[in-house]
Design a binder for this molecule. Sequence first.
Ligand code: TYM
Length: 331
Amino acid sequence: MKKKRILSGAQPSGLLHIGNYFGMIRRMIDFQDSSDLFCFIANYHSLTSINNKEELEKNTFNAFSDLLALGLDHKKSTIWVQSHVPEVTELTWILSNFTSVGLMQRSTSYKDKVANGLSPNMGLFSYPVLMAADILLYDATHVPVGDDQKQHLELCRDIAQKFNTDFEIENFLQVPEPLIQKEFSRIMSLKDGSKKMSKSELSDLSRINLTDDKDLIINKIKKAKTDPLPMPNTLKELDERLEAKNLLGIYSSLTNSTLQKSVENFAGKNFSEFKQKLSEALVDKIEPISTEIKKLLDDKSYLDNTLLEGVERANIIASKKIKRIKEIVGF
Ligand code: TYM
């Protein structure tokens, strides 16, 4: 049987955080031994929010180090920087012609980003087409993402199907399956349980970054928003208590437990007691990673060489696919 090809990416628009880890990276690592794994740093996408050369370069290296420190193995997987394979922008243009403006206008992430102050430019508008190109250029069969990317993947599937139908080539563009976990598919901000934890949120207190040290983690959890009641007794209560739900969700993800079990563990206790356990679990997980990230960032030539290996592999697949696509459309 053909191996699954698992592909996903993360934008270097800021420091990677535990939402990125639980939503995507951890699940990628789980597939590493059984699948053909492709993971990239989506720096073209980050141009929609960053126009500072130093910041973009620094974030790109940081994100790459994060992936390695978390356990993505460049010998088993293909890891690269998106802009190092520029064929993806060529494919974006081609795919734009198979993309309905009406569908794009429904993009909730576009509307949210503009509402949050990003400039409503064409890059931001056509962001999901570039994302479709990322996936279709590499024939990905499965794409693990957090819940926030669901709509983008639906659009990618629509674009692939339209292309295949218009050119009457069944299954030429691989229609990918999204892999979105059922529980905790969206980790929320530590400051507001109704908002996604995000790299671009102004307050650093809203997230736990993978580079945070022990003191920072303890402080952020201490300051994390809660409510005046004791810890909830039932799952049902969580519907009304978003912050408690989020923190218990993070705790469950860290301890590989169910939400039900975590609720039972802390039912009726004070938040301070729970927060202490949560901080401990976070420190246990994040501290070794942040130490490894710092070590990797000090070895620039290792990072450069490792990146080169990945891009070579990505290039072989991308150049074959784009050549065939160009023949099909008549270039
Ligand atoms: P990005 O960089 O915002 O996030 C990377 C991955 O982390 C997930 N994620 C979350 N999961 C749970 N809770 C959260 N709070 C949270 N925040 C982020 C995201 O769902 C994502 O899986 N557009 C993508 C990058 C991208 C991509 C692609 C992904 C570009 N091309 C092709 C897959 C396939 C993005 O901005 O992810």
